[in-house]
Design a protein around this ligand. Sequence first.
Ligand code: C2E
Ligand code: MG
Ligand code: MG
Length: 713
Amino acid sequence: MEVYKKAQTVLLADDDPTLRMVAAAHLRKEGYEVVTAENGHRLLELLVEYEADLIVLDVDMPTMNGFEACKRIREFESCKNLPILMMTGLEGNSSIEEAYRVGATDFIAKPVNWTLLKQRLKFMLRATTAIKELSDSEARLAKAQDIAKLGYWHWDLKRKVLTLSQQLQELIKFPSTQIDSVDHILDAVVSKDREHLRQVISLAQTLPTSFPTDFFMRILVCQQGKRTMHVQSSLECDLHGEAIAIHGTVQDVTERVNAEERISFLSHFDRKTHLQNRESFARSLDGMIRLYQGLGGVVTLVLLDINRFGRINDIFGHTAGDQVLIEVASRLKHCLGTFSKSDKYVGTEICRWGSDIYGVAVHAKRSSDQSGEIPVALLATLVEPISANGHEVSLTGCIGYAHVSDRVEDTDTLVRNAETALRHAKRQGRNSAHCYHSGMSQASERRVLLEGDLQKALEENQLYLHYQPRIHAAKNIIVGAEALLRWQHPTLGLVSPVEFIPLLEEMGLIHNIGAWVFREACKQLKIWQDMGHHEFVMSVNLSAVQFRDVRLAQEVRDVIQNAGIQPSTLEVELTETSIMEDVSQTQATLMVLKEMGLRIAVDDFGTGYSSLSYLRSFPLDTLKVDRAFIRDLTTNDEDKSLATAIIAMAQSLNLRVVAEGIELQEQASFLLEKSCDEFQGFLFSKPISAEAFTELLTSWPNKPNHTALPSRA
Ligand code: C2E
Ligand code: MG
Ligand code: MG
């Protein structure tokens, strides 16, 4: 590719037409493009039209002379550096002086020596180009410094003058670029850094080599506040090696430093709660344990989990959820603060352990101080309702905690133990705090084993149902059965539903297995009804998780239809605790089941917190009094009066009362006397297989225990 260099344009003004013609011819021969004007006025017009690289001006012209034209040209911003050559016909120095005064770059005397003119023009153009390149480069440098927020300084040690570059003066908004005493700069520096800088400056005056080559200082900049400056310097020496000046740069690195601080904050602290994060906490815990190894005492790791936090997010939204997390963090911090002030404690640490879990580490001076007062106090901070995003939120939590001991001195084991204790606490229910003990680990191992095997339990036919009869107390006949799930584990033998049902719930398997229980129980119910026991009622236990599953109603409907049974002969049992968990939702779901014609029973009554009158608002049919009230009925007077009161109140609410866990004749007799409606318990039969139950149905009332019952009308 060929590059054509654009010809440079010369604007030439002279009132002499011959000179214009000759000059133009000479210059064109040199490769210039030439435009001519007969006076200064015309020249100014042409200047607008043409982009001139050079101007040649005659001094003596009519209309507007050369001096005036030159002055006007210089008034244009774009012509400040345009080379102007004046041709002076006038004798004497005064016209030369005048030419420079009005802004001419150079002059040439008339009559013009054309060779000289051409040389002058060439030189002027080269010089202008060089100046332009220099000023462009300076502008670029200034721009770069602007972008980099960089300024230059020079400290003359002899004259004791500090000079700042324009950029630096603007950067720190200093009133001038010349500072006669370096100490003035101290006024701009934030008080914390002032003393250090003062020492640096005064030392540099006696020992310049001691001036640091690299340091940071914070300066208060007008309207911008505190800015962090990075100062770099180098020493300037004379020929004899004596320091004569120090010069260097100052760069505003505030944004970088802020970003670094933020990054460092985020790597140590939790963004939401501003508590330490888990990694940083683990390091603090390590430190605490090391201190304990020297000082003794006791180190405790507490893990606090907010119960059902996910529901807060679901119901009130994530903003409210975040506010709850922040408020809990602040309450826990405050609570811990009151302990750390006490001289019983060496130190405390707190962190956000996980999404809704907080970690607290405490080093108490004496091992007698491991009373668990901190876990209890932390849990108590949750009780007060939290106002979050316009909602009032009530919380409960669970705590698991573990101590460092002779056998546990490493952070990993301590953490594992506290986590085990927390899992244990969560299984025990809301607002419980549990301290780790080794039995928990064995339980955990068994849990892991069971969890692994539960997946295939149903496929491999390890699950089956047993049935326990329900006896009409007054008539002494079998009126129904409760279906109870069994798991025959290949190596562990029979596993209790009390142990594996919570696992099914946690693993999300309860729905499928619960549905299977329903199908099996209803099939069996149909068989027994077809044998002539038309009024026979089957009870099926429903877990809270299953109960809250939207698929429940439709599935129960399908099962009833497929089995061909009357819905009124199927009863679902819900524990008292699961009914009370979410009252308004419970009411709605129960209404749906009720409208389908099902019977509804409250199981394990007396183990939860509900009162009988509260249960009035639910569409219930049956109340099953928990075994705990029946067990000591014959020996404990309080239980006697409680059972009596429950039966009376339930009947006043039109509920059928079933007493669970009757093992003794005396218990049955007492309850019969109090008009309890139905019995269930080992006295009559343990839960048994369907075949055994069929046999029992046919052999009843020839069962030995039965004969022992008092005769009833
Ligand atoms: P539950 O519904 O209260 O069942 C009664 C429990 O008491 C049964 O324990 C039964 O064997 C036991 N029992 C009955 N009579 C006596 C007695 O006289 N003495 C003693 N000591 N115990 C007696 P099981 O079968 O171990 O079931 C425990 C719990 O597991 C049940 O309590 C129920 O809450 C749950 N469960 C059992 N099967 C299922 C099921 O299919 N689904 C759900 N969600 N839960 C189930
Ligand atoms: Mg039950
Ligand atoms: Mg029960």
